[in-house]
Design a protein around this ligand. Structure first.
Ligand code: NAP
Length: 325
């Protein structure tokens, strides 16, 4: 289905960023459509416990997502359950294409498609996610106070998160597959100076093993000698990179070497009216509260953009049927 209606705003992605954008957009009276291919809520629905979203001392990821979704839908937000296949930028409007062949148009588009932490793909990783396996120390570190954990990876993320965990945990191991860290020198120095962190050089985690109460051990392999052994740990924090869902980002959009979109402070890309928010946007940290903040910023900026665009176009939001971009 192709309609000639030009919406004010299309939001792609129904995680905390997209839903927060929807709340602000609806309150700014923007004619808004949110498209989500799965269940609204995004990655956060997978978190057993969230304890760092202001206003909620303790809430499950699923419940927090539901609250975001209910809040957005309380403004009669139009939601479409479909997979978006392309975003075609245009001068007068942008076109969003969906897997079922439908196309819709809008003056502004907010991309909130997030991404996923890279997985080790070892036995036990998936089953023990939320039961000792984590991809976010800031989110889950608190549950490992006084316990022993292993951090996997050798980049800046692994280093920063290990330093964070070292303040909470009894012992932090870092398992890195080489004999040299990729992390910046300053972080390396802090790691080496921290008496609570022990490096496991040339080491990969081959298996995560469960006890009665979640993670109990990891299987380790020396990448040089091929020797194997088990290590007792209560938690495994994996930081081996992040895969941003950037397939819908229009060609020519500025991205960094990790595939994250570089925007201005309004979350706007180089293409006027196309915004990128949340984990897909290059920023200092990936947190629910920051995605929500991005959603607010982009929706407010989009409202301003749409208002200006309409005033330039003579306050019309409908093109005659069959008009080209
Ligand atoms: P990264 O720099 O790509 O590092 C990933 C680490 O995981 C590398 O040490 C890599 O080992 C290891 N690794 C990858 N696949 C693995 C596997 N299958 N098994 C075991 N180890 C594996 O990722 P990142 O640390 O998330 O950082 C991403 C970007 O964000 C970087 O540009 C980083 O500088 C930036 N960042 C910056 C800051 C900061 O400035 N404060 C904080 C966080 C992130 P090898 O080294 O052997 O390849």
């Amino acid at each position: 289905m192709v309609t000639d209606t030009i919406h004010d705003l299309i939001i792609i992605g129904g995680g905390p960023g997209g839903l927060s954008a929807a709340i602000y957009a609806m309150r700014a009276a923007l004619k808004t459509v949110l498209i989500e291919k799965g269940v609204p809520g995004g990655q956060v629905t997978m978190s057993d416990e969230v304890e760092n979203y202001p206003g909620f001392i303790h809430i499950s990821g699923a419940e927090l997502s539901m609250k975001f979704s209910e809040h957005a839908q309380s403004y009669d937000l139009e939601m479409i359950s479909q997979e978006v296949t392309a975003v075609d930028p245009g001068l007068n409007y942008h076109t969003v294409r969906m897997a079922n062949g439908d196309m819709i148009k809008a003056h502004a588009v907010i991309l909130a498609t997030g991404g996923n932490p890279k997985k080790l793909n070892v036995p036990g990783e998936q089953d023990l996610y939320g039961k000792g396996v984590s991809y976010c120390a800031t989110c889950d570190g608190f549950f490992f106070r006084g316990k022993t954990v292993v951090v996997v990876g050798g980049g800046d993320s692994a280093a920063e998160e290990a330093l964070y965990l070292a303040k909470l945990c009894k012992k932090v191991y870092i398992a890195h597959r080489r004999d040299e860290l990729r992390a910046s020198k300053i972080l390396q120095q802090r790691i080496f100076d921290d008496c609570n962190i022990e490096m496991l050089w040339n080491t990969v985690v081959t298996q995560i093993k469960a006890g009665s109460d979640g993670v109990e051990k990891v299987g380790l392999k020396d990448t040089v000698t091929a020797a194997t052994r088990d290590l007792d740990v209560d938690g495994v924090f994996i930081f081996i990179g992040f895969n941003p869902n950037n397939e819908l980002v229009p060609a020519g959009t500025r991205m960094n070497a990790d595939g994250l979109v570089v925007t201005d402070e309004k979350c706007e890309t180089r293409t006027p009216g196309i915004y990128v928010i949340g984990d897909l946007r290059e920023k200092y940290a990936r947190q629910i509260v920051l995605s929500a903040a991005d959603g607010c910023t982009a929706a407010l900026a989009a409202a301003h953009f749409v208002e200006e665009k309409k005033s330039v176009q003579g306050d019309t939001c409908e093109l005659p049927p069959g008009s080209d971009q």
